[in-house]
Design a protein around this ligand. Structure first.
Ligand code: PGA
Length: 256
């Protein structure tokens, strides 16, 4: 199976931007501009506080709503946390797990990522698991080493039969929010390495079904070249997903 047989996925990660009302307005306008068949799966990830309004605004449209994180327990004394079932009960369909900002600022570990991926799948949420090296790690030549740790550990509790529900976002940390994009060739190289790691972890047939996204300063003017790479099945977009015109252009990337 080549990359173009997997359905492309464009996901907007809003991070800690947009109130519930702002997010709802954005989703309504996005849905109106995309119509019923945007040609790829389109997801936006508001903060927890904006999920309810975003889901309501997306109802009946092609836009889906993701959360930016999730806890692995079903319920309990875990102040500040949100369970997978709480997300699905709102109408949320997918969840970003292990974003580098969570790893960097909030102590997210590969072990926790694995538990979150497992709990999301159990609840019927599609995980978008983030991996990627820091600038220091790239400079030290450790990119493949980092990916060969993060990919198998994050997926250690996943069964190969679940591959089609899984997406991985390769986001080199040095390219996030910095305006420095990995060249399409660098992104392709790292992502094809991730697919080889996937094959080693889940088997070749399952690895072919997992969508792998690129993330890190994706913009209207570089999305076409990024999406043209053989192994790149989509994009996880931060800054450029906050502006309607720019996100619409990214969703409407040029199909090669
Ligand atoms: P960016 O963020 O597009 O602003 O670089 C990407 C991300 O953090 O997912």
């Amino acid at each position: 199976m080549n990359g173009k047989l997997r359905r492309p996925l464009i996901a907007g990660n809003w991070k800690m931007y947009k109130t519930g009302a702002e997010g709802a307005d954005f989703v309504a306008a996005l849905a109106a501009q995309l119509g019923s068949n945007p040609g790829c799966q389109v997801v936006v990830a508001p903060t927890f506080a904006g999920l309810y309004q975003a889901v309501a605004a997306a109802a009946g449209s092609a836009v889906e709503v993701a959360a930016q994180d999730v806890f692995w327990e079903r319920e309990g004394a875990y102040t500040g946390e949100v369970s997978p079932g709480m997300l699905t009960s709102l109408g949320v369909t997918s969840v970003v797990i292990g974003h580098s900002e969570r790893r960097q600022y909030f102590g997210e570990t590969d072990e926790n990522v694995a538990k979150k991926v497992r709990a999301a799948l159990d609840a019927g949420l599609a995980p978008i698991m983030c991996v990627g090296e820091t600038e220091y790690q790239r400079d030290e030549g450790q990119t493949e080493h980092v990916l060969s740790t993060q990919v198998p550990s994050g997926l250690s509790l996943v069964d190969p039969s679940e591959a089609a529900r899984l997406a991985i976002a390769y986001e080199p940390v040095w390219a996030i929010g910095t305006g420095k994009t990995a060249t399409p060739a660098m992104a392709q190289q790292a992502i094809s390495f991730c697919r080889r790691e996937l094959a080693a972890t889940l088997g070749g047939a399952a690895a072919d079904r997992v969508r792998i996204l690129y993330g890190g300063s994706v913009k209207p003017d570089n999305v076409d070249e990024i999406m043209a790479q053989a192994d790149i099945d989509g994009a996880l977009v931060g800054g450029a997903s906050l502006d309607l015109a720019s996100f619409v252009r990214i969703v409407k990337f040029e199909r090669s």
